[in-house]
Design a protein around this ligand. Structure first.
Ligand code: GAP
Length: 451
């Protein structure tokens, strides 16, 4: 067994590239620094993470609604939000090789690359700029959003007016954000283009502390319920010096990544900072009228803000395992079934026509419900290993006996145990197992095959 928290980043990167989870961006041109492309399995993993978020915060609740705001927003948004002024890192430049460094990353007073003398620190804004329309001039500058949050603040009144949501309620969105990060590295942990899943939860001032504590617990539980080990998560409060300009209080949910503890998600009490700022800059009213108490106020905002890419990395690291199996090492990903990119693999024991025909029929049927793989290349043992390595929870084997008795075997990834079930019961049995039912709870006509 891989020791908890001890998988190396090299192993994760290698698995991701080898099996098609994540590739360097535009690799044929040598890659683009800190940008990544998600391959056929990575895109499924990300979709499953986002679906799990949406299910937990929109589908299963009645106090949060979704939104999909644009990446490009009115440039005044960023003046109001404080990002134009405050979203910057202090940088120094080497007078000799002209490389730039973040001041807080320096261990020495000279350039880490060539030893040259460094300039005094200057602030460097992390937002990507571009131009709207055909003329590239200052008046047409727009920014790629550095957080999805602002789209939800500027739509607060639209949501209140068009839904029947009353405070406390939240808005959530999932989408791309861009930051011209200076310190990058650690694979997808810090990228220049990434995806966020954020909730802006609007509450009455005075109830904010209670809601803040509520969200700390909810968000921790979300990761644990999706399979992350509790001991690999911790809460860490931001010190005064670390707090973002908008935050009154902030905690990070840290994960024990291969490079050590680092932020997976931030949960902030943003108070009324954002809405007050948008009122000031837009001249529009963003206050809220409470019909019950007849009070008018600007709500406070509690913000859980998670990264899809960091979550994907954490789920990969936590799922990774190696165990000895018949003179070799079995690499496997213990993904929670709802996160596994492929839920079921259909494996005919041979390529004989009759077997292939039966297997293809099962494959077509199961694909109506899930993302399913079909693999008939190489020995059955090798095929099992391939599926283990990408975290497929169940493999279905069709053998010659299946043609006679109309039964197939279901093999479970983690235990490698098998049951044999009638083909007519297969879909229902898989649905139950994928929802967490024990393998040995047998459907009608089923039997234990290999313990
Ligand atoms: N709206 C608040 C906000 O954006 P943040 O702590 O800067 O807060 C929230 O970002 C989350 O977004 C982080 O916890 C992380 O998961 C993700 N994130 C931020 N910067 C990132 C980057 N450069 N690469 C990947 N994920 C990033």
């Amino acid at each position: 067994m891989t020791e908890p928290g001890k998988v190396s980043m090299e192993k994760i990167v290698s698995l991701c590239q080898r099996r098609g989870f994540i590739f360097p961006s535009s690799e044929i041109y040598g890659g683009l620094s800190s940008c990544w492309d998600y391959g056929p399995l990575g895109v499924e993993l990300k979709r499953n993470i986002k679906d799990a978020w949406w299910r937990a915060v929109v589908q299963e609740r009645d106090d949060i609604v979704g939104l999909d705001a644009g990446i490009l927003m009115h440039p005044q948004t960023w003046a109001a939000s404080g990002h134009l002024e405050g979203f910057s890192d202090p940088l120094v430049e080497c007078k000799n090789c002209h490389l730039r460094w973040r001041v807080d990353d320096l261990k020495d007073k000279n350039c880490p690359s060539c030893g040259g003398e460094l300039t005094k620190p200057r602030l460097f804004n992390l937002m990507f700029k571009t131009f709207m329309g055909p003329v590239e001039e200052e008046a047409n500058v727009v920014y790629l959003r550095p957080e999805t949050a602002q789209g939800m603040f500027v739509n607060f009144q639209n949501v209140v007016n068009t839904t029947r949501k009353r405070i406390p309620f939240g808005i959530t969105q999932i989408g791309k954000a861009f930051r011209n990060e200076i310190t990058t590295g650690n694979f997808v942990f810090r990228s220049r283009e990434f995806e966020q899943m954020e909730i802006e939860f609007f509450v009455k001032p005075g109830t904010d502390e209670e809601w803040f504590n509520y969200w700390l617990e909810e968000r921790l539980n979300w990761y644990v319920n999706l399979g992350i080990k509790k001991e690999h998560l911790r809460l860490r409060q931001h010190t005064k010096g670390e707090l973002a300009h908008y935050a009154r209080v902030c905690y990070d949910i840290d994960y024990l990544f291969p490079m050590g503890w680092a932020e997976l998600e931030g949960i902030a009490n943003r108070g009324d900072f954002d809405l007050v700022q948008h009122v000031k800059y837009s001249g529009k009213s963003l206050d809220y009228f409470d019909d019950e108490t007849k009070e008018r106020f600007i709500p406070y905002i509690i913000e859980p803000s998670a990264g899809v890419d960091r979550s994907a990395l954490a789920f990969l690291c936590d799922a990774y395992d190696e165990e000895p199996a018949e003179d070799e090492i079995r690499v496997l990903l213990h993904f929670h079934p709802s996160l596994a990119p492929i839920k079921v693999a259909v494996l005919p024991l041979s390529r004989r026509e009759k077997l292939v025909e039966a297997a293809k029929q099962i494959y077509a049927d199961l694909r109506q419900c899930w993302i399913v793989d079909y693999d008939d290349a190489q020995s059955i043992g090798r095929r099992y290993r391939r599926q283990d390595e990408i975290g497929t929870p169940f493999c279905i084997t069709i053998d010659f006996q299946s043609l006679e008795d109309k039964q197939v075997t279901i093999r479970e990834r983690d235990t490698m145990k098998q049951i044999r079930v009638p083909i007519s019961e297969l879909k229902a049995a898989l649905a139950a197992k994928l929802s967490g039912e024990d393998l040995f709870v047998l459907p009608p006509g089923g039997q234990i095959w290999k313990e």
